[in-house]
Write a protein that binds this ligand. Structure first.
Ligand SMILES: [Zn+2]
Length: 287
């Protein structure tokens, strides 16, 4: 009788996932929303939200009180931007603390009505720790035509975003709107919202904002390239495959990857050691 060997990388992944789960398990202080809202972690996350909100406004990715940002705080809470406030004018006290049902637990302001969208993403995909919604003009131009830009033109876009999706139109702020992204949220970290804008998820608020920058810049470059009037040259397919292999190692989502490719694939010992060191460093807060 033969016994199927479990790859050592699977064992390592299991151990690391267990460590991460333990670290993310509810801590005693998380039982109190007030203590969680006043923790050092919450303070750092609020600072990051303010910095990213300013970037969104400076880049003209938001208009009026448009756009919203949220981030998971531990396993029970979410910090999010308030309604009716420019993302360029946020103060730490403006940031709301919510539970995963959208109930405000701390903060004087009313939460963004789009928190429902953010919460659906968190509940559907545990890799999403931060969600950002904005109206970047070039990407939104594609969203109002219900189309996505073609793939295969710029490596950075392929690596960080890949094929974008367009979710169907619904009235903003409603539960129906929040659920429009659900068919796409596993395979896409960047979704065009029809007749509206863009929503991105990532491990941090900073990285979620990078995705908005990358898709908007890609759409802009594509539109300019069309005006040159010459045929576009696409990255060869074998080079796209190299990019997909990299995405698989990095654990980034991509609709072109096989459905069972749920995690990074480690091909040699040196790379495995590098990845383990990277994870340990992150857990110890050294990176
Ligand atoms: Zn919006």
């Amino acid at each position: 009788m033969t016994q199927t060997a479990v790859p050592v990388t699977e064992n390592i992944r299991e151990v690391v996932q267990t460590v991460v789960e333990v670290l993310r398990a509810p801590k005693a202080e998380e039982d109190s929303p007030l203590v969680a809202a006043n923790s050092f972690e919450a303070e750092a996350l609020r600072t990051e939200i303010l910095r990213v909100g300013r970037k969104l406004w400076d880049r003209q990715f938001v208009d009026g009180n448009g756009g919203n940002i949220s981030v998971r705080l531990g396993s029970k809470y979410v910090l999010c931007t308030p309604t009716m406030l420019s993302k360029g004018d946020l103060e730490p006290a403006d940031i709301c603390l919510s539970d995963l049902e959208g109930n405000i637990l701390a903060g004087d302001r009313s939460r963004t009505s789009e928190l429902l969208l953010h919460l659906e993403i968190y509940k559907a995909n545990s890799k999403a720790r931060a969600v950002l919604h904005c109206h970047p003009p070039y990407a939104t131009a594609f969203a109002i035509t219900g189309t996505v830009p073609p793939n295969g033109l710029i490596p950075e876009y392929e690596i960080f975003v890949g094929p974008a999706a367009v979710s169907p139109y619904e009235t903003p702020g409603t539960q129906a709107f929040a659920e429009t992204v659900l068919p796409f949220v596993q395979d896409h970290n960047t979704i065009l919202l029809a007749n509206h804008g863009v929503v991105c998820w990532s491990d941090t608020v900073t990285h979620a904002e990078w995705l908005a920058e990358i898709i908007d810049n890609y759409c802009k470059t594509y539109v300019i390239a069309l005006q040159i009037g010459k045929p576009l040259t696409f990255i060869p397919d074998d080079k796209i495959q190299e990019i997909l292999a990299l995405k698989q190692r990095l654990g980034f989502p991509d609709a072109r990857l096989p459905k069972d490719a749920s995690g990074p694939v480690v091909k040699d010992t040196a790379e495995m050691e590098r990845l383990v060191e990277q994870v340990v460093a992150r857990l110890e807060g050294r990176d």
